[in-house]
Design a protein around this ligand. Sequence first.
Ligand SMILES: *Cc1c(COP(=O)(O)O)cnc(C)c1O
Length: 230
Amino acid sequence: MKVVENLKEIQLKIKEACEKSGRNMEDIKIIAVTKYVSTSRAIEALNAGIVHLGENRDEGLLEKWEKLKDKPIWHFIGSLQTRKVKNIIDKVEYIHSLDRLSLAEEINKRTEKQVKCLVQVNVSGEETKQGIQPDEVNEFISQLIEYPNIRVCGLMTMAPFTSDEKILRSCFRKLKDLQAEIQSLNLDYAPCNELSMGMSNDYRIAIEEGATMVRIGTALVGEEDLGIGG
Ligand SMILES: *Cc1c(COP(=O)(O)O)cnc(C)c1O
């Protein structure tokens, strides 16, 4: 499938989810997750009107960045090793996986501008999932005041791998509740107005529950690149 066609269908579903929940489509950023596909497929996505690209490994990001430079807005969405921060820090606009102080310290040290970070929360409590525990988010964010180059623009989570709508909904709702809690603190460095939640299988539910960023790979660009060239 062409990216344009996938995008049209996704936009239609986003529109429906917005109507259902009384939201504006303009408030939702679609991040095309290009980790499974080549640069040419990423270019196809940009030509289809995509603005935001997401990668979860530094190699993948650097490879595509070499060719696309700052045409897209780059999002780093995967778990980030501290020693790799310096490779990506000047290339990305958003980091979705801030989950420990040592990482905050390194980000703060390696840049002179403010980096938009999302704190990754392990809402579902699954052991395999990255992120800090919901009851530690408040304390964690209050400690980030020590790092002036970090701006906490939002929260991010990955829902459990299930098609059970109830479980998904409750996961997204918990992240939204945490956001409200942080916002009520009125911290200058942590406006926390973004909610990064929802992937190919659950983005409609995530939007109904308040997502402002959906990270879509498979449903948008596919998971395997059949095109020629990289
Ligand atoms: C791969 C990935 C996605 C996209 O997953 P799809 O199910 O292919 O849409 C979203 N978020 C993160 C953090 C990912 O690693």
